[in-house]
Design a protein around this ligand. Structure first.
Ligand SMILES: C[S@@+](CC[C@H](N)C(=O)[O-])C[C@H]1O[C@@H](n2cnc3c(N)ncnc32)[C@H](O)[C@@H]1O
Length: 205
């Protein structure tokens, strides 16, 4: 997406700054399980997951405007009524947009590893926010986590389990690849090169 110019129309701005969470049935014009993706990047997963699963409704967050707007544009062009892209910081906006128990799945794929200690406060999988994400999931809600960095995978699993998520495969266990899952943009690269991907699928107990 490097050479693509910034599209002029902001993605999902009408959903920012609301005093109460929106009526998602109205926003999408349809009902169905509500899913959240944090950091959709170039949107390989969001676009493909929404296309393969027309009955779910996916809200995809991306704070890089260029990516968010391009994914929103491509979703509209493909007629994906069940995809809503929002440009903004998911850590700030998600708490304002979803009520407890309203989400079926949260997807976090290949989060930035934030190598420098000073930047680690930007990570999504921090204990307090992870506990909060658990409250947003409904009964047997799921957390889909993928990374190419083993250390990020291991630390992420520890935080998810400490926050109260249940790992059906046992503490610290990664999940095998699932051919039914849409790959993210980054993941396609690793699948092509054979580089390892660490996957986890945890549930709300
Ligand atoms: C390494 S990329 C992975 C993108 C995509 N998930 C994939 O697998 O191809 C991580 C993405 O998360 C976005 N991101 C990181 N923190 C975010 C936040 N707090 N809110 C929204 N997006 C965020 C970054 O801008 C980046 O596009």
């Amino acid at each position: 997406m490097g050479r693509i110019p910034l599209r002029p129309t902001p993605a999902g701005n009408e959903l920012l700054g609301l005093k109460t969470p929106p009526d998602w049935d109205k926003v999408f014009g349809m009902t169905g399980p509500l899913e959240l993706e944090i950091g959709c990047g170039a949107g390989g997963f969001a676009l493909e997951h929404a296309r393969r699963n027309p009955k779910i409704r996916l809200v995809a967050f991306e704070w890089r405007k260029k990516y968010a707007r391009e994914v929103a544009f491509r979703g509209e062009k493909a007629g994906l009524q069940n995809l809503k892209v929002i440009e903004g910081d998911a850590r700030l906006e998600v708490p304002k947009l979803f009520t407890p128990g309203s989400l079926a799945v949260i997807h976090l794929q290949f989060p930035d590893p934030w190598w420098k200690r000073a930047h680690q406060k930007r990570a999504i999988l921090q204990l307090e926010f992870t506990r909060f994400m658990l409250t947003l999931l409904g009964p047997s809600g799921r957390f889909d986590f993928r990374t190419d960095v083993q250390d990020v995978g291991e630390r992420g699993l520890k935080v998810l389990e400490a926050a109260g998520f249940l790992n059906p495969l046992g503490p610290g266990a990664f999940h095998p690849a699932d051919a039914e899952e849409a790959p993210s943009t980054r993941e396609r690269r690793y699948l092509a090169s054979g580089a390892p991907v660490y996957r986890a699928r945890l549930v709300k107990p």
